[in-house]
Design a binder for this molecule. Structure first.
Ligand code: SF4
Length: 473
């Protein structure tokens, strides 16, 4: 991609807030951490398929990314839509980790030992539910079987619940190789915290951020959620002010989607306490203004970063990627998912591990990989994935480059999509000039709606009557 154009367009990546358009386009859609999305995964994809794709991966020069799912949480947050197991019984982690160590060995046998692990991520659940010693052992077993980078050049990150870690724990994480962490905060307001059953003092959060800085973590990220019960623009403004003062390198601002039929834990939230759609929009507007005026760059899809953070730099260089953990800076790794429900991207396929502990333990104990389901990409998937990833990471698509990389004539291949984009262009969300499809500042908050135009599966989805995705705003 022409660097001057990339840099030029970066200068104006801040989204423009248009309440009328946001209301009009507010429909459910995927977050495109993958294309095809997990809804398309099929149980027809078996362990033998996964093994074949791992062999294909070995024939490529792609590095590896490892994702570990640590599912346990000691308390429940009512808004949560993650795959987690709530228990106060810490001993349950012992049997899980025994199997996870075995899975590491089983998976490692499939991959060329010389492949570097450029990315590593522990997610959950609450990864810090496990003890310091268990963390040390898990990383040591991983290091024994995979080629982790020892020079701190990898992107090794972990999700932290500040209630489940202390200063010594942060030091342990740094010592075993992590260099980035993301903290769940959501909202500092005590009334909101009570309504979602997540009491977490501001002092606790500040102490973990301070500890991360003292230990030399390269990037500290904070997760916030708007749309939670009892939130008001005034109350959330106070949270934002405190967060900006804390100066994290990255901020994720997620939209709370209330879907209690799909996520049982959300039934703990009183619907009457939820902010109205109008209030939610006000909170969103205020958040975007506050963060961008405080110097954060809007990366896209809920993410903000300081201009000197790796994410913002990668976006400026046209080298930002998106995977199941969100935005990433390391190109096109094969992602190996370990633990229950973990999703991987290996060869030309996505794969997901089994959902329950009993299935996981049974398969691992039998010496089998815990493959549950997956999907092999066909050529059409690859072309559409390319387009969606370019748009969601860089807000623009160089059409000649796309034709060259994907081997299709854009105007013919996407004739229907170009028609559908016409009304979005009329609404000022995109422009198509000089061989570039560009998402305008007005379109940036609706990036997932724009990507949905290129999603073939949404068109053929007759719908099950059940909501499968959350709404865009
Ligand atoms: S938000 Fe995090 S800590 Fe809370 S229940 Fe969900 S996974 Fe567990």
């Amino acid at each position: 991609m022409d660097q001057s154009l990339v840099n030029q367009s970066f200068m104006n990546k801040s989204p423009e807030f248009d309440a009328e358009l946001l209301r009009r386009y507010d429909k459910a859609g995927p977050r495109y951490t993958s294309y095809p999305t997990a809804v398309q995964f099929s149980e027809g994809y078996k362990e033998t398929d996964y093994r074949a794709h791992a062999a294909m991966s070995n024939g490529s020069d792609r590095a590896l990314s490892l994702y570990f799912h640590l599912p346990f949480c000691s308390t429940i947050c009512y808004y949560c839509a993650c795959n987690k197991i709530v228990t106060r019984d810490r001993s349950r982690a012992v049997s899980y980790l025994q199997r996870l160590h075995k899975e590491i060995a089983l998976q490692a046998e499939l991959f060329d030992r010389t492949k570097p692990v450029n990315q590593l991520h522990w997610g959950g659940g609450t990864p810090t539910f496990i003890s310091h010693q268990q963390m040390i052992e898990l990383m040591a077993v991983t290091r024994r079987h995979f080629s982790l980078l020892d020079d701190d050049s990898g992107e090794y990150s972990i999700e932290i619940d500040p209630r489940e870690i202390d200063r010594q724990g942060v030091k342990v994480l740094r010592d075993i190789g992590f260099n980035r962490l993301s903290l769940g905060v959501q909202d500092f307001d005590p009334a909101v915290q009570k309504a979602v059953n997540r009491l977490q003092s501001e002092a606790l959060t500040v102490s973990v951020v301070d500890a991360a800085r003292d230990e030399g973590f390269k990037s500290v990220s904070v997760d916030l959620i708007y749309g939670l019960p009892l939130q008001t623009p005034e109350s959330f403004a106070r949270t934002l002010e405190r967060i900006v003062a804390l100066s994290p390198d990255r901020i994720s601002l997620f939209n709370y989607a209330h879907m209690p039929d799909m996520f049982k834990t959300q039934r703990g939230i009183r619907e009457g306490d939820l902010p109205s759609p109008e209030t939610k929009l006000d909170i969103l507007r205020l958040s975007i203004e506050t963060l961008t005026e405080s110097g954060y760059v809007f990366i896209g899809m809920d993410h903000f970063a300081k201009p000197d953070d790796e994410l913002a730099k990668a976006q400026r260089a046209g080298k930002l990627y998106r995977n199941f953990q969100g935005y990433a800076t390391h190109a096109d790794c094969d992602l190996v998912g370990l633990g229950i429900t973990a999703i991987g991207t290996v060869g030309n396929s996505f794969v997901q591990n089994v959902k329950t502990l009993s299935d996981y333990y049974a398969r691992i104990d039998a010496g089998l990989l815990p493959v549950w389901r997956g999907i092999e990409f066909n050529n059409d998937d690859r072309v559409r994935r390319y387009v969606i990833m370019q748009l969601i990471c860089h807000f623009e698509l160089d059409i000649a480059r796309c034709e060259q990389d994907c081997g299709v004539g854009f105007d013919t291949y996407f004739a229907d999509e170009l028609l559908a984009l016409k009304s979005m262009a009329d609404d000022g969300l995109v422009t198509l000039n000089d061989g570039r499809l560009i998402v305008t500042p007005k379109g940036r908050l609706l990036i997932r709606n724009i990507c949905m135009v290129f999603d073939r599966y949404l068109r053929s989805d007759t719908g099950s009557g059940q909501p499968r995705f959350s709404k865009a705003i």
